[in-house]
Design a binder for this molecule. Structure first.
Ligand code: FEO
Length: 394
């Protein structure tokens, strides 16, 4: 991205990765991503907050040249993952007097992951401050968003909180500020769902911590920057709350049409009951869309054909993802379609039993759904209705 000014002597110097389509070799990036990096010119010292992915380090270096930066005193590393830290070795080559400022956990990761030598570090403790002359940086530890070493940096005089992944979104952008709230909300929710959802409780604690600060701007290291911090903080408060919506997420694969018919029957029965249905054919579904749907849906129904003796491999993949993302799902139902034998119910129950959800019904259907099976699906829809009703979701 071009060099953009955020406040006096505070600049955005990061990079947009417009054509990146995958993160961690699994997460789809329909809108690319960005690696925000920020340069703060104090009266006596200069600090760089986070760097960029190594694939984009030439952009960061160009931006620093544009600003005619001859010296960087401090490279603040809020998080050791390489999309923010990966350019540190190159920056250290260009600015050899720089110190990498971070907490002790992050330091150990950076030494392991990027082979940065011990003498390059300045290790800080929680709530330490670092003076740049007329500007001061304060460090607040926010562990497990989404690694154990994550922290945020507060620029005291300008009231800017640099949050790295926290409140971020995977989107390449032409404008820095979060002006279009619809686009911003969708991108931030997708990011929360894919990256942050398993750490709901940690996020709760960390939000309480940062709310003690007087924040005017939240500047994450992915996506848009927030002039209205309440917008993203309130969205997070909603996502991490225990509140669920009157939604049923249906995860399915159909090999020869029986499962498809089961899904069609159940979808109609649920809609007739006033329940929103989000069906995902796992052969074509975007896993990011599934993750977003899991953020606040009350119920998940898994429907699989029998593949050998177990579930279809794509169903196992989705169920393992569901388990790993640890959403606040309240109810789960498992439906298996088979011809001569199936262990689907047991094998899927085994995977999801760590989730704090109630398994409300399991249904085994032999071949194409018949009248008696259709009645079972109708009963399941009624049971889901009763459960949602008991939670006042209507
Ligand atoms: Fe954007 Fe956890 O790195």
């Amino acid at each position: 991205m071009a060099v953009l000014s955020i406040k006096e002597n505070v600049f955005s110097v990061g990079a947009e990765h417009w054509d990146r389509k995958l993160f961690d070799e699994i997460i789809p990036l329909p809108d690319g991503t960005s690696y925000n990096s920020f340069l703060i010119k104090g009266k006596s010292k200069t600090a760089l907050i986070d760097t960029v992915d190594p694939s984009c380090q030439h952009i960061l270096i160009e931006n620093l040249k544009k600003l005619e930066i001859k010296n960087i005193d401090y490279i603040i590393s809020n998080h050791a993952e390489q999309d923010h830290s990966g350019a540190i070795p190159e920056i250290l080559k260009i600015y050899p007097n720089s110190k990498v400022v971070t907490n002790s956990k992050c330091k150990e990761f950076l030494k392991d992951l990027l082979l940065i030598p011990e003498e390059k570090f300045l290790t800080i403790n929680e709530n330490d401050t670092l003076s740049l002359g007329d500007k001061n940086l304060k460090f607040i530890f926010t562990p497990w968003v989404h690694w154990p070493e994550t922290m945020v940096t507060y620029l005291v005089e300008d009231k800017i909180l640099f949050t790295c992944d926290f409140f971020g979104s995977h989107i390449a952008k032409s404008e820095l500020w979060a002006n279009d709230e619809k686009i911003v909300y969708e991108a931030a929710k997708r990011y929360y769902a894919e990256i942050m959802m398993p750490f709901r409780n940690n996020i709760k604690n960390n939000i309480e911590k940062i709310l003690k600060l007087d924040i005017e701007i939240i500047a994450p290291s992915h996506g848009f920057i927030y002039k209205n911090p309440d917008f993203i903080i309130n969205a997070y408060k909603d996502w991490i709350s225990d509140n669920v919506s009157n939604n049923v997420v249906m995860l399915y694969v159909s090999m020869h049409g029986s499962v498809k018919r089961i899904v069609e029957y159940l979808t109609d029965f649920l809609i007739e009951k006033g329940i929103n249905v989000l069906p995902f054919n796992l052969t074509v579904a975007d896993i990011g869309e599934i993750a977003i749907s899991l953020v606040d849906s009350a119920t998940v129904v898994i429907v699989s054909p029998t593949f050998l003796t177990g579930a279809h491999p794509l169903v196992y993949f989705a169920v393992n993802l569901f388990n790993a993302l640890r959403p606040k799902t309240k109810f789960i139902s498992i439906i298996s379609s088979y011809s001569w034998g199936s262990n689907i119910i047991n094998s899927i129950t085994e995977i999801v039993k760590n989730l704090k959800a109630e398994i409300i019904d399991t249904i085994l259907i032999k071949g194409y759904p018949k009248e008696s099976d259709i009645q079972l699906l109708k009963n399941l829809a009624e049971k889901i209705f009763q459960k949602h009703n008991a939670l006042n979701l209507f």
